[in-house]
Every structure is written in C-alpha cells, then in structure tokens.
Design a protein around this ligand. Structure first.
Ligand SMILES: [Zn+2]
Ligand SMILES: [Zn+2]
Length: 676
C-alpha cells in the first residue's frame, strides 16, 4: 500500500508566556497523538511548529521589563520548548517567527498578494499617544468595552465579553504606557481584500464534507455575513517590515505572518536535515494532507484568512486538508485565566508529575466537541482507575503469572479453541475501530475502547482462573496465557500515540527485538508466531497519592481567594467613581456576632432607611463606643451573608497592620449625606 503523506502543524504558541493545560488540550496533544499514530501506520508524516514572536503583547512586555523584545522571545521560546519536551510532544522542527528565513518568506507572501491585486491601502483613524509619540495598536491601549462596558478592555479584544474590538471604539481610552488619553490621528495601513476570495473560499469549504461540524458551521456563517477587507499591517516597530514604499514604522500584522511560520519552519527543517529542497515535497505536492491543529479561537484565521493568503500566491501551495479545531478546557469549573494566574502551568506540573497522567487525562477528557473541565480529583481518579488499576494491573498479573509458570515466557499454544478464536477476532475488530477513531481525531473514544479492552483482559483472567487450572491442565492454561499475551501486545501498540513512554516500557518487558515503531500497527495483524520472552517486569503505572492532589487543589483555592490583581496604577474614570454611592451613616445599634470574634453586627441609619452591616472591627472597637457615631459607608454594595448574617453595605475604614480607624466626618453633617 502506498504511504500517505501528512504535514501536521499546531498553532504557534505566543512567546510572551508559559504554556498551560488549556493550550496542550486544544492544539498540541491532539496533534502529537495524530502524528504518532501516523508514524505507527508507517506513513510519511512531519510535525511542524515554532513560537509566534511578534506583535504588541511581546513589545509591551519588553517595555515593561525594560529589555529588548528579543530577550522576552528567547526566554519564552526556551521555556515553551522545555514544556513540550517534558510532555513528550515531539516536533520534526520547532522554529520561531523572528528568524531570517521567516522574514524573507513573509515579505514574499505580501509582495505576491500585492502584485496580484489582493492588497489595498486605506487611510483610517487610529489612536495616537502624543506623550509617547506613537500610534497605539491593539493592546497598547485600554478602556471601557463599547459592548459590555467593563473596564480594562484592550484595543483588540474585551476579556469580559470576548468581543473583538477596534481600538477606536473604546470609551475613555488610555495609553497603557503613560496612562495619558490618546488623540485620534489618521494613518495608512495595508488591507487584504478578502471579498475577492469569497467565491473560491465558499466552493473550497463546501468540498470539505468531513470537517467537524463546529468548524464548518462557523466558517459558513462568516462567509454568509460577508467577508470584509482586513488590515495586515500595524503601526509598530517590533515585527517584519512591510516590503513596499512609504511604510516607515509599519510592520506586518502578526496574524498575517504567523501562519507563514508553518512553511518557514518546514524550510528550516529541510536545511537542518541537509535536504534544503525537501520542504517542497510537502508544500507543493497535492498528495500531502495538511492538517492544522488549533483551538476554536483560531478558526477564522486558519479557514478563511490563511487559505486566502495561500490562494493569492504565485506558487501553488497546498491548502489545509483538515482543521480539527477543539473547544476549550476549563479548570475546576472556571475559565482558565492567564492574567489572573488561574491555570495549571506545564512547567510547574512537571515538577510534581510525569507526563503520563496528564497526557492520558487530557486525551480521555479532550474538548473535541464541547468544552470540558479539568478537575484535579478526576485527573487522579481517571489515571488511578484506568491506567494503574485496570491496564497496569492486567499487564502485571499476566506477566508475573506466565513468567513464573512458563519459564519466563508467554507460551505459544498447541491449538486454540473456537471460543478463544472468537476472542482473537474480537480483538482485531476493536483494533480496527480504534484505528478509525484515531484517523478521525476521536481520541476520547479511542481511550475508552483501549481501557475497555484492558478491562476485558482482567475479566478474562479472573474467569479462566489460571492459578487453579495450572495445577490440573497446563495445556489450556498456556492457551489462556497466549490470549492474554495477545491482548497485551495489542494494548501496547494502540496506547502508544497517547502515552508513548509507557508503551515503550511495556514493549521492553515483552522483549520484542524490533522497536515499537518498526513493528508498527501492521505488525499487529498477524498472531504472535513465537513465544514472548518476558524481560524484567516493572510496575507500569504508579498510583497518584491523595496528598499530591490535595496540594494542587489548595494551590488553586489559595489563588481564588486572592482578590483580583490590579496593576497598582489602574485608573478608573470619573463615571466609574460616580457609580459608588458613598454616604455618611449613623450607627444606631451594635453587638457582637456569635462564634466570630472579629465581627460586629451594626444597625445603621442612612437618612430615612436603616440597614445592617457585618464589619470585621470587633478587635478595634467595642459595640458600646460605636453607638451614635457617624461613619462612612459604601451604600450600593451587593448584599452578602457573613457568618449567617445579612450585610447590606460596607463600612469604610483605614487600616495599617493591626491598627484600624473608622472614617468620621470632621464636621457635624446629617446622616445620609453623599460623598462627592
Ligand atoms: Zn466587553
Ligand atoms: Zn503614552
């Protein structure tokens, strides 16, 4: 059979921060599993990636840390690569977009599109900081979201409602560097004329009958609502210069050049292996299947903009064959947030665990069709139950038993009963199904079938009671061991894409002379024709203890309790300030709260109404001395229940360590007066 050819990529991780479990579940582990599966089949496959090293977030971070952007990029490129290594995610090449080969290719892409009439210039209004003397693209500006009105929305997107924003739409925008209010100034940028590709894109997408529903639906909706021209340059100095005239201070927009990194990284790989033309075999050969693994936020770029860019080139690049985008992974029921540090960071994870439980859990719980949740307790349970208690236990019992009773081998039987032949047929059916699942990116189901097979093995071992039959019927016991051995041989290979290191360890115990990849999936189709010589039997999966998991859970809980971090220089608008209803209130009654030695229960009067407040001031004030005092309160705070008591407003005080003082107006002033 002719080899199939695959070029697999994962979204380029951004070189301004570390990787967390959400990234891995979305774009990297699924790709690594697919690639390893294709290698097992003996297909020609390369896995290409690299860091995305341009754009505003990196130059902003560099300015904040007062270092050149290159330094930020180098630091995170290294950290990201070591996280991938630790998780046994293996690329043919892991490049970066701040390299010469990528500059040249990206500029060529622009020039071809320009020459072929797909690029236009437009002058439009942009925010400009007069203090910093520069335009404020994307994240260089913050303000109030025009859609949901939350503070701190960035110039490209609002984190609260997720909507994409044009910086100029922000209410009360501020330069993030100097906090001054920007002005509006005209600038010229270069735009990709996407509408010119509409028909071609539509036809192409419609031919993709096999694509995931969520991906197809998204694109067809986008096409239906009409494509718009899209800016592909930015007024920034960190990035790839625009290769045409009058483009001082402008670079290619990071979204434009990043996907070109898939090609430049393949070129780099070709050069590294000493076959500088090899990349053409992949990018220009119609038989190559180009598969982009991404998270769902990347769908528009990989299914509309990127294919359009490829269509607009002089050279005939292949187009994506499939874009199996994944949904999101949440963490303990909350959205993962890098800015709030609410995540499981891979480098930290690897200090405490091996890659095996994470690879397994994220595969078994992959967000393939819907968002899924990472729960530490489930992570432990799933691994302990499926791998340690089921898979590992089965392997261990069989190998130990056969080792002891059959001279360190799993024997070949003299004949196989009909019932056992049926079992062997079943195993090969299951293997075929698992193969189909891997091929169609359904790893969750593949995991389940694999563990079901191991579970079946355990039951078979229990039901055939070899520890009894060995005393009376050695022949039939040998036959049972052979069946168990066949199950183990199959398990070792079908689990390889998910947890390759465990699979290799098991392979070693089975003593095959060919490596697992050479033996491959096809090696499974025939029955074993010689006894398996059992090597050193090791525990395949060590159980994860409770205390290790509790530590992780507590780490997150502690994070949760930290009030939202503010940068210290966060400025709120006058409008926001006006939303605070600060008033003077009179304390009319006060008493201690039972079983809470810090809390007092106060009745306060604010003009015509009275409210109850629970305040943590019992160590500083006695109930008696409080009665009759005029204090400052926040009147329109959301009510809360504290120690079973309702609290309907908040008392304001100044605190310095143990010291606490209420804020009391300097002059007589009627209760209910508003603070202005
Ligand atoms: Zn918003
Ligand atoms: Zn500024």
């Amino acid at each position: 059979m002719a080899k199939e050819k695959y070029l697999v990529t994962s979204a380029l991780p951004y070189a301004n921060g570390d990787l967390h479990i959400g990234h891995i579940a979305g774009a990297y582990l699924p790709a690594d599993i697919f690639v390893r599966f294709q290698k097992l089949l003996g297909n020609d496959v390369i896995y290409i990636c690299g860091t995305d090293e341009h754009g505003a977030p990196i130059s902003i971070k560099a300015e904040q840390e007062n270092v050149p952007p290159r330094k930020i990029v180098d630091k995170y490129h290294k950290r990201i690569k070591s996280a991938f290594d630790g998780l046994d995610i293996q690329f043919e090449n892991f490049s970066g977009t701040d390299r010469k080969v990528h500059y040249k290719l990206s500029q060529n892409f622009f020039s071809d599109l320009n020459k072929n009439g797909f690029i236009q210039t437009h002058t439009n209004e942009q925010l400009y900081c007069e203090n910093c003397n520069r335009f404020l693209p994307d994240r260089y500006v913050e303000g109030e979201c025009p859609f949901c009105h939350s503070e701190g929305a960035r110039g490209d997107q609002c984190d609260s409602c997720g909507k994409l924003i044009d910086a100029i739409q922000l209410t009360n925008p501020l330069c993030i560097t100097c906090r001054s209010t920007p002005i509006i100034r005209e600038t010229t940028n270069w735009f990709l004329n996407l509408p010119k590709f509409s028909d071609k894109l539509q036809k192409w997408i419609e031919s993709k009958t096999e694509w995931k529903d969520n991906v197809k639906k998204f694109i067809l909706n986008w096409l239906k609502s009409g494509l718009k021209e899209r800016a592909i340059t930015r007024d920034l100095n960190w990035g790839i210069p625009v290769p045409t005239e009058n483009t001082d201070g402008k670079v290619l927009y990071v979204w434009f050049e990043a996907p070109i990194g898939y090609i430049s990284s393949t070129i780099e790989w070709s050069e590294k292996i000493g076959k500088p033309e090899k990349w053409r075999d992949y990018w220009f050969d119609k038989n190559t299947k180009l598969i982009h693994f991404i998270g769902k936020d990347n769908i528009p770029f990989h299914t509309i903009i990127w294919p359009a860019m490829l269509m607009g080139q002089d050279k005939k690049y292949i187009l994506p064959d499939d874009v199996p985008a994944n949904e999101y992974l949440n963490l303990e029921k909350n959205k993962i947030s890098t800015s709030k540090n609410y995540a499981v960071w891979i480098n930290e994870y690897l200090e405490e665990f091996s890659e095996i439980p994470l690879r397994y859990y994220l595969a078994a719980n992959a967000p393939e069709n819907k968002d899924t949740d990472f729960v530490w307790k489930e992570f432990q349970e799933k691994y302990n139950t499926d791998l340690a208690n089921t898979f590992g236990n089965f392997v261990n019992r069989v190998l130990k038993f056969s080792d002891k009773h059959f001279e360190h081998t799993i024997p070949l039987p003299q004949k196989i009963s009909n019932k056992n032949e049926e079992i062997l047929t079943n195993i090969s059916d299951i293997r075929e199904k698992i193969k189909q699942l891997y091929q169609t990116f359904k790893v969750r189901k593949a995991c389940k079938m694999i563990i079901d097979l191991a579970r079946f093995g355990n039951q078979y071992f229990d039901n055939t009671i070899p520890w009894k039959t060995i005393k009376t019927d050695r022949k039939s016991t040998a036959e049972m061991m052979f069946i168990c051995g066949e199950i183990i041989r199959n398990l070792a290979i079908v689990i390889y894409p998910i947890i390759p290191s465990s699979s290799k360890k098991l392979w070693k115990m089975l003593g095959f002379d060919k490596s697992i990849l050479k033996y491959g999936w096809n090696g499974l189709s025939a029955k074993s024709d010689k006894p398996i010589i059992i090597q050193n039997i090791e525990t395949l999966f060590e159980k994860i203890p409770d205390d290790l998991i509790e530590r992780q859970v507590n780490k997150l809980k502690n994070l949760n309790n930290i009030p939202q971090k503010t940068s210290g220089k966060k400025i709120i608008s006058f409008e926001t300030f006006q939303k605070l209803d600060l008033r003077i209130a009179k304390i009319i009654a006060a008493e201690k709260v039972k079983k809470a030695d810090k809390l007092l229960k106060l009745q306060i009067s604010i003009g015509s109404i009275t409210k109850q407040i629970i305040a943590g001031i019992a160590k500083n004030y006695s109930p008696k001395e409080l009665i009759g005092k005029n204090i400052l309160i926040l009147n329109n705070l959301e009510p809360a229940i504290i120690k079973g008591e309702k609290s309907e407003a908040m008392l304001l005080a100044v605190v310095d360590g143990e010291n606490l003082s209420l804020l009391i107006p300097e002059k007589e002033i009627p209760e209910g007066s508003k603070v202005l």
